[in-house]
Design a protein around this ligand. Structure first.
Ligand code: SF4
Ligand code: SF4
Length: 166
């Protein structure tokens, strides 16, 4: 099943200057699967592991950097907000609550930067203070509706309990 795949590469190619480290590597590793690399010296085993393992610190760096810029406290809904409440229902951390028909962002709850609130707001009303969201478009997965995310969120047994209010 596609959902069980935890690591996938598609035509992964790495160059060291003009030297090629890996070419067109296609991998698909499923959860629980034991996976080994076999190959002669210079086949690219170490390079592959480095690339895969380096992605994790990069993602953590981006996550921390975004938090550093205090982005999670810069969301607001502009005058186009209709009070539909979708942002509150879709918010994966539970940070958004509706108050007087307007979304409010609870500072005590950590944002997980999924940006679902911004991209699934039907009125494009959610903005980031001093950001460029006003002039930029909204881009969500074309085949995933807000309703599907909300259903999944509500029916998931492990729904993000680590982000509970202190
Ligand atoms: S989804 Fe958009 S329009 Fe609906 S309540 Fe939230 S900000 Fe307002
Ligand atoms: S980015 Fe995601 S977690 Fe953060 S407030 Fe928006 S919907 Fe909630």
């Amino acid at each position: 099943m596609k959902s069980e795949v935890i690591l996938e590469t598609s035509n992964l190619t790495v160059y060291y200057g003009s030297q090629r480290g890996i070419k067109d590597l296609n991998l698909s590793i499923k959860k629980g699967e034991i996976f080994g690399f076999l190959g002669p010296n210079g086949a690219g085993k170490t390079t592959t592991l480095r690339v895969v393992l380096d992605i994790i610190p990069i993602l953590i760096f981006i996550y921390n950097k975004t938090r550093y810029f205090n982005l999670e406290n810069k969301f607001y809904a502009d005058i186009n907000c209709t009070g539909c409440g979708i942002c509150s229902k879709i918010c994966l951390s539970g940070k958004i609550k509706m108050k007087d028909n307007k979304p409010t962002w609870n500072k005590k709850i950590k944002c997980i930067f999924c940006f679902a609130c911004i991209h699934y707001c039907p009125a494009h009303a959610i903005q980031i203070k001093n950001g460029k969201t006003i002039v930029r478009g909204r881009y969500h997965h074309p085949e995933v509706s807000a309703g599907e995310i909300i259903n999944q969120k509500n029916n998931s047994p492990c729904h993000i309990s680590i982000f509970k209010e202190k």
